[in-house]
Design a protein around this ligand. Structure first.
Ligand SMILES: NC(=O)c1ccc[n+]([C@@H]2O[C@H](COP(=O)([O-])OP(=O)(O)OC[C@H]3O[C@@H](n4cnc5c(N)ncnc54)[C@H](OP(=O)(O)O)[C@@H]3O)[C@@H](O)[C@H]2O)c1
Length: 212
């Protein structure tokens, strides 16, 4: 399978590339900084340099694929403007590219609890931008999976998660989010679903199958 990951040098993406490579898939990572290209190659992904904020149409960079993953984000420390231009508009540009290139599946890394405003005004803009991106994906006609993890940690993954429509706040290692994405990509019966995701007691495959 061919997978294109926007936010290719992000922490989750860098954990996802080797998992997918090991399973025999071809991975392309979209990055905006040429100097990150070698890191991607070492992690098992082909780097493609494109700035999601500078291009309106990213379809030629995305190219042919079976699925796309949105793992980009303006990140902490960025202002309100970039929440709109990356977290919302970057995600919708990837939807447009997927449609144009006949790519049917789109996996979104969203976040838990976006409907409840919290934090400072920049964080609330982030919440709105992510909510609008999720809504655009639901209405896009693409086959979608919206993953809503709790607070992300850099702890080692356990391979055990909890999945439900709504969960109380909690956390999950980025490595486990990457494993969940890999499992979803390999199971195309998982379609048009969205769920909260935290560390838990269930094997990833079992948790996904019980949910869908
Ligand atoms: N932090 C949390 O607790 C939490 C919880 C739930 C969900 N999430 C979501 O999970 C997502 C992924 O998490 P993560 O930790 O893996 O993210 P991350 O390490 O911050 O990675 C985001 C990537 O997006 C890239 N990016 C930013 N602007 C771009 C642009 N204009 N064009 C192309 N790429 C661009 C960044 O590239 P550069 O290196 O060039 O900046 C970075 O590599 C987050 O963005 C967030 O929306 C986070």
């Amino acid at each position: 399978m061919k997978v294109v990951i926007a936010g290719g040098h992000g922490k989750i993406a860098m954990l996802l590339h080797p998992i997918l490579e090991e399973k025999g898939h071809t991975v392309k990572g979209l990055i905006r900084k040429e100097e990150q290209a070698d890191d991607l190659r070492k992690a098992g992904a082909e780097p493609v340099v494109v700035d999601l904020e500078k291009e309106d149409d990213i379809s030629e960079y995305v190219g042919e694929a079976d699925a796309v993953v949105f793992a980009a984000g303006a990140g902490p420390g960025s202002g309100k403007e970039r929440k709109w231009s990356v977290d919302r508009d970057g995600a919708t540009k990837l939807m447009e590219a997927a449609k144009k290139n006949d790519i049917e599946r789109y996996v979104m890394i969203s976040a838990m609890g976006l409907e409840t405003p919290r934090g400072d005004d920049v964080f609330q803009v982030y919440q709105q931008a992510k909510l609008q991106a999720d809504k655009a994906l639901r209405n896009s006609g693409l086959n979608y999976v919206i993953i809503k993890p709790g607070r992300l940690t850099n702890d080692e993954g356990t391979g055990k998660v909890k999945i439900a429509e709504k969960l109380d706040r909690g956390e999950i290692p980025r490595e486990d989010v990457a494993r969940v994405i890999a499992e979803i990509l390999e199971d195309d019966t998982i379609e048009d679903v969205e769920f909260d995701l935290l560390s838990g007691d269930d094997e990833i495959k079992v948790a996904l199958q019980e949910f869908v």
